[in-house]
Design a protein around this ligand. Structure first.
Ligand code: TRP
Length: 331
């Protein structure tokens, strides 16, 4: 039987955090045997906010290096940069014409982001979910692993695909959200009621995958907890400690009960040290591999080019079919 196709991506705005790792990439690594996986860097999406061009370019390459360093094998997965495969933008335009303003106005991420970037509410920000639909539909992906914040975009993708199919006949596969092994949702260290976000302005709120051991120790030491000084899992009333417990649990493969027992009678100081050391130990091999990969940017680019070529072959077939169906002249 043919393997099911998976597609997902991460934007190249900012540097990857522990949240991206446990929420996404670490799970992708576990799926690479069972599925035919396409993982991209969504750098076209990053243009919806202002970036320094050189930083954007560097971030893109760094994320590819982190994908590989985290264990995504470029031989088993198709790893690529969105801007290297022109079909995404082309299909995005066509799908724009099959998406209603009303639908896009209901997207909560658009509302949130336009509140945050009130000085730059560009039309790319508005049509962002259509480009994401193009990313997914260009490969006829069966499954899309996404966090809660992207579920609405996936729903819209399904609506667009169904609309297109009913107008022109079976063209797109209707993608499903991948929910089997949902990764841990890592929260911010300073604001543990919100997801740890790479775009957070507060550097103490997030652990970057490239943070040094000392930075990691410092950030966990300063992590917001509560005054009870008792390691107990209670996300509602003790979101800070509970978040640290989830991080520790996922690394040490322990349940919340086991962690409570292990740290019984010990205060937050000892617990935070244990969490920091666990994270440092977990990230060490990843960081070593990452540094090694960045020493050879040509080799890294060769991997991206190969992935992009493979991706383009697939996406181009779908795009050609779409061009024909809607009556666009290409050859
Ligand atoms: N919008 C996604 C995010 O910010 C990134 C993304 C772009 C994506 N294209 C995608 C995710 C396609 C899944 C599938 O998290």
């Amino acid at each position: 039987m043919e393997k099911k196709k998976i597609l997902s991506g991460i934007q190249s705005t900012g540097r990857l955090t522990l949240g991206n790792y446990f929420g996404a990439i670490d799970n992708w690594v576990k799926m690479q045997e069972e599925y035919d996986c396409y993982y991209m860097i969504a750098n076209l999406h990053s243009l919806t906010v202002r970036n320094d061009p050189e930083t954007l370019r560097q971030n893109t390459i760094k994320i590819i290096a982190l994908y590989i360093a985290a264990g995504l094998d470029p031989e088993k997965n198709t790893l690529f940069i969105q801007s290297q495969v022109k079909e995404h933008a082309e299909l995005g335009w066509i799908l724009d014409c099959y998406t209603y303003m009303g639908e896009l106005s209901r997207m909560t991420q658009f509302k949130d982001k336009s509140a945050k970037h009130a000085d730059n509410i560009n039309s790319g920000l508005f049509t962002y979910p259509v480009l994401m639909a193009a990313d997914i539909l260009a490969y006829n992906a069966d499954l899309v692993p996404v966090g809660d914040d992207q579920k609405q975009h996936l729903e819209l993708t399904r609506d667009i695909a169904e609309r297109f199919n009913s107008l022109y006949g079976e063209t797109f596969k209707i993608p499903e959200p991948y929910t089997k092994k949902v990764g841990a949702r890592i929260m911010g260290l300073q604001n543990p009621t919100a997801k740890m976000s790479k775009s957070s302005q507060d550097p103490m709120d997030k652990i970057l995958l490239t943070d040094s051991p000392d930075e990691i120790r410092k950030k966990f030491k300063k992590a917001v907890t509560d005054s009870e000084n008792k390691v107990k899992y209670d996300p509602e009333n003790k979101p800070g400690v509970s978040n640290l417990m989830s991080i520790y649990g996922i690394i040490k493969n322990k349940t919340m009960d086991e962690i409570e027992k292990q740290f019984e009678g010990q205060g937050y100081g000892a617990f935070k040290t244990a969490v920091a050391e666990a994270v440092i130990e977990r990230l060490e091999p990843l960081q070593n591999k990452y540094n090694e990969l960045l020493e050879n940017p040509d080799k890294l680019m060769a991997i991206c080019n190969k992935g992009a070529k493979k991706a383009e072959e697939k996406a181009n077939r779908v795009l050609k079919d779409v061009y024909k169906k809607v009556g666009l002249v290409i050859e």
